[in-house]
Design a protein around this ligand. Structure first.
Ligand SMILES: NC(=O)NCCC[C@H](N)C(=O)O
Length: 258
């Protein structure tokens, strides 16, 4: 049986010091963030995902945003090398965790930079955002790592938001969704559906018609329900103040056999 495991990482007590790039800094309530993180993990578990906690990295304010540290393709874990130097120490614990789970481990090397939030997979299509955190060498290294395994890597310019997945994600049928003002080149995607809110562009596929979505996208939630999906809503307001999205708080491992 393919695994349904999801990596998560407990927020650092220094969460409020996390990076902000495209938004104004707003005070983060760390206790509320912890409650929201617990509820996020519970939503994954309630939908059939076994959550695996990576050892916390208390000195790294952004360590809860585990999606940025590693990209999975089949059984290969590609360890990222963030374009933000302050985030690079996060990967050590992640590397240990994925190796323990039996993944093959590969790495983005200098001069490449890559944040996992810039990688959107739809089947064997791997979109890679070239933006503030991921450079051209990083994109090329994703090609080298995954194309021999059967992936088709599509490079996508990203200038309006932090990561590619801050702009777009994909529905189970491959339709890419995003809030148009935040998407550089919607025409790059074969099927694109515009959604009414920025946070509505972010969904995590939970299995079948179920989609994890932020409470800050109520109109998109209604739109997706009207299209026959089953939205599972979580409040992640404290992480959104730091430019986090529903995708960034977990990494799903689907290519492993357990
Ligand atoms: N994949 C994501 O959406 N990651 C969010 C990272 C937010 C963090 N404050 C950062 O700037 O790196």
């Amino acid at each position: 049986m393919p695994s349904k495991k999801a990596l998560i990482r407990r927020p650092s007590p220094r969460l409020a010091e996390g990076l902000v790039t495209h938004v104004e800094r707003a005070a983060v309530d760390v206790d509320l963030a912890l409650e929201q993180w617990e509820a996020y993990g519970e939503a994954l578990r309630a939908n059939g995902w076994e959550t695996v906690e990576i050892d916390p990295a208390d000195d790294c304010p952004d360590s809860v945003f585990v999606e940025d540290t590693v990209v999975m393709y089949r059984n290969v874990a590609l360890i990222a090398r963030s374009g933000a130097e302050s985030r690079r120490a996060e990967t050590a614990g992640v590397e240990e965790a994925v190796a323990r789970l039996g993944c093959s481990v590969n790495w983005i090397w200098e001069p490449g930079t890559l944040d996992g939030g810039d990688v959107l997979k739809d089947g064997d299509t791997v979109y890679v955002g070239r933006g503030g955190r991921t450079n051209a060498a990083g994109v090329q290294q994703v090609r080298e790592a995954f194309e021999p395994l059967g992936a088709r890597v599509v490079a996508v310019p990203v200038s309006r938001v932090l990561h590619l997945k801050s702009a777009v994600t994909a529905l189970p049928d491959g339709t890419v969704i995003g809030h148009i003002p935040k998407v550089d080149r919607p025409a790059l995607f074969p099927r694109f559906l515009s959604v009414p809110e920025e946070a509505g562009g972010h969904v995590v596929l939970l299995g079948g018609p179920r989609l994890l979505i932020s409470a800050s996208a109520p109109k998109t939630t209604d739109l997706l329900a009207d299209l026959g999906y089953e939205p599972v809503v979580v409040d992640i307001s404290e992480f959104e103040k730091l430019e986090g999205c529903v995708t960034c708080l977990s990494v799903r491992l689907r290519g492993l056999y357990a």
